[in-house]
Write a protein of this length. Sequence first.
Length: 208
Amino acid sequence: MSFQLASEEGKLLVGLARKAVEEYLKTRKHISVPGSISIKLLQPCGLFVTISSIKKGEKTLRGCIGYPYPSAPLAQAVIESAVSSATQDPRFYPLSQGELDNVIFEISVLTPPQIIEVKKPDEYPSKIKVGNDGLIVERGMYKGLLLPQVPVEWEWDEEEFLCQCCLKAGLPPDNWLLNGTKIYKFQAIIFEEERPKGKVKRKVLGEK
């Protein structure tokens, strides 16, 4: 991907996400973007903040919200998405202060989604690559997004990835085969705490 982030920049963004959530849970206030932050981290960029709970070494999703498109400065989007992921994901009850020592933060910085052009819908599986691409399925008012790491974690192939993305959109799983359904793909650079408040690791999916 053309937009690159160094490990130290990822560490800063993950730290910003955790700090934003800690402050919001204490005061119900959003922190400001640090004045010392680099211009690079103020570029508009799509991203998602994922929060996972860690119990007995097992990782369980606790919240995931973000911006599919580059509509906000990166650092500001991290703050807003982190707080939303912790408190507004409709699949989960809001995170509590007592959980902060048992969750890890992960940030996925996205490339702008690009529509996949095909002559026939059954060509879609050949146009995507598990371990490299994330997907957006769009049909009418229905839209669903899955990050690139999701099919890897669940060991899906390309067809299953498409089906699951349709389900995420609230559509029947085979709707990617219907004319009129739009499929977009994107890539991501991922930064994740190895343990709660621990070292941050950088991973670009698709790189060996």
